[in-house]
Design a protein around this ligand. Structure first.
Ligand code: HC1
Length: 589
């Protein structure tokens, strides 16, 4: 411990703490822009400058460690004036057309300009003179250079959190810009569309491509039947946009809000999450049989989950020789889309061409996924529009719905029932846990040997986690698995996926089954979730997901009655012909 003094307050702090962290401990807010709890420190925006008594130059609080006896002033005239000048300089290069900006109301630069009351412009407004590019080619991400303040959070996100490096810094001095390889469009580089850059951008330089008007148009067309599905993680994030604290579960209110917005049917992606477990679990067992019993060298293990579209793009871009390790299952979103215009249409006597299929996702890569050319198994575009959690919040506000006063409502039937296993898909490790609950029981006839079905080794926030489950006394037909230790691993954040992929590539992977989710924390930390998202907020959303699971009357995917009905009345059996056509896919090298 060391002793410091901030604004006259004596403080004891851990060695190694920065001034920013020490101030936070003392309840003193220091403004920041380039700093983010998820990222390495850059210290390049200088908004967090503070005065150290005895030193002439101001220091960046985020990048300066505390030292014994340090006397710090965070609110002197010198500090306030300097911060004001820094904000003015940033604004002079920023196209500050705030009222027409998509981030209006949730822009960190706008908030600072308001807090510091920047009412005059003392610097030459360079933003109006500079040429800039707005990249609008991607179905997921819009990049507007004129809003960029070069804090490089996006660059550090893409490199440090995701290990993708699609964004980088080019040129120097006033020509410096954040760009892609050879300044190509985002669609032409190794971008995975994960949207983590959006979640970490303080301004409107990176935003999702929004489809709000298209969805309003569909809802207001009486000829159309508009179906909406909602992803597992939306219900633990949406509340933050509506004024609730992080971790508030708003499932029932969200369903009621969607009904009031005018959707004809409000259904649940968690239903197809359960379906995914049946298909993917069966596929895993087939692969185990072919490798362990039939010794077929052409079948690849470990099998990797395939529901995170950012992860799919990552492996297609960077490990295309490992695609056979991917499960062939489509994601729950796309299974849902394929079923809406076939099974749902038939069951409700609707013409598929009159159905508009909308999904609410915590993810920007889902927009890209829905636009993939192979996603037309129903004979139509399986999912027409994907909205992020943030876009849904905008629609709710536009409709004048007082979210806090809403009653709770239930999902509509046929494709609206789910188990707790479907819910936990939204957290890293959740797909693995859901799959193990089902696979273990199918093979042994007994529940997984974990208290209250909670497979804790695959839970948590470490980048990579492992679990090993020994199979003993299997049922008839599964004798070849007797004594087998099923080895599993879970990774979240693509920088961690790389470690598992390098093992596979080198032929040293010890696992049978791996789950990879592109975003830190899994989908609940997705690129379409409320901003800010940071480690504490992800932890709250994670708690909420597991609490939702524990309260569900059903906790295992294979017990979902609507899924069982789907097989009985429509699909036949898992991995059958119809399933193959509608629910499985292939990948692009
Ligand atoms: Fe996800 Fe999934 S869990 S990918 O994280 O498998 O986005 O929430 O919807 O499709 O179910 C996201 C979340 C989501 C799919 C499911």
């Amino acid at each position: 411990k060391i002793n410091i003094n901030i604004n006259g307050i004596a403080l004891e702090v851990d060695q190694g703490k920065t001034i920013l962290e020490a101030a936070d401990q003392a309840g003193i807010i220091i403004p920041t822009l380039c700093y983010h709890k998820d990222l390495c420190i850059a210290g390049n925006c200088r908004v967090c400058v503070v005065e150290l008594i005895g030193q002439k130059r101001l220091s960046a609080a985020c990048a300066t460690p505390c030292e014994e006896g340090m006397e710090i002033r965070t609110n002197s005239l010198h500090v306030r004036n300097s911060r004001k000048h820094i904000i003015e300089l940033l604004l002079s290069e920023h196209r500050a057309e705030c009222t027409s900006c998509y981030k209006n109301g949730n822009c960190e630069l706008q908030k600072l300009a308001s807090d510091y009351k920047i009412v005059t412009q003392d610097f030459i407004p360079l933003a109006q003179q500079k040429k800039y590019t707005i990249d609008q080619f991607s179905p997921s991400i819009l990049k507007d250079d004129s809003k960029c303040i070069r804090c490089q959070r996006c660059v550090r996100t893409c490199a440090g959190l995701q290990g993708v490096n699609a964004l980088s810094v080019a040129h120097k001095g006033d020509r410096m810009k954040i760009t892609t390889f050879f300044e190509k469009a985002i669609t032409e580089v190794v971008c995975t569309n994960c949207g983590q850059c959006i979640n970490h951008c303080p301004t409107g330089a990176l935003v999702e491509r929004n489809y709000i008007e298209e969805v309003w148009d569909a809802i207001s067309d009486p000829e159309l039947h508009v179906v909406v599905q909602t992803a597992p993680a939306v219900r633990v994030g949406l509340g933050e946009e509506m004024g609730f604290p992080p971790g508030e579960r708003v499932t029932g209110r969200m369903v009621e809000a969607l009904k009031r917005l005018g959707f004809n049917s409000v259904l649940d992606t968690d239903f197809t999450a359960d379906l995914t477990i049946i298909e993917e679990g069966t596929e895993l067992l087939e692969r185990l049989k072919k490798t362990l019993k039939e010794k077929d060298p052409s079948v690849k293990l470990p099998m990797a989950t395939s529901c995170s579209p950012g992860w799919i793009k990552y492996i297609e871009h960077l490990y295309s020789d490992c695609l056979e390790h991917l499960s062939t299952c489509k994601s729950p979103q796309q299974m849902f889309g394929a079923l809406v215009k076939t099974y749902y249409a038939e069951s409700r006597s609707l013409k598929p061409e009159k159905i508009v299929s909308v999904s609410i996702m915590p993810c920007t890569a889902k927009k890209f996924e829905a636009a993939r050319p192979e996603m037309h198994a129903s004979g139509y575009t399986d999912v027409d529009y994907v909205l992020t959690t943030r876009e849904l919040a905008i629609m709710i506000k536009q409709a004048g719905i007082d979210f806090a006063k809403l009653p709770e409502s239930s999902f509509d039937r046929l494709m609206g029932q789910s188990s707790g296993a479907g819910v936990i898909f939204g957290a890293t490790g959740g797909v693995m846990e859901a799959a193990l609950r089902t696979v273990y029981e199918l093979v042994t006839g007994r529940e997984v040997p974990f208290e209250k079905l909670n497979i804790t080794p695959v839970r948590g926030s470490e980048g990579i986690r492992e679990a090993c489950i020994k199979i003993e006394n299997p049922q008839e037909g599964w004798e070849f698995l007797d004594g087998v230790e099923l080895r599993c691993a879970v990774a979240h954040g693509l920088v961690h996926a790389k470690q598992l992929m390098d093992q596979i590539k080198a032929g040293t992977s010890p696992y049978h089954f791996i789950e990879i989710m592109a975003c830190p924390g899994g989908c609940l930390g997705g690129g379409g979730q409320p901003i800010p998202t940071n480690p504490e907020i992800r932890a709250k959303r994670t708690e909420a997901i597991y609490a939702e699971d524990e309260e569900m009357p059903l906790r295992k995917s294979h017990e979902n009655p609507e899924v069982l009905l789907l097989y009985k009345n429509f699909l036949g059996h898992p991995l059958g012909k119809k399933s193959h056509h509608l629910l499985h896919t292939s990948y692009i090298e």
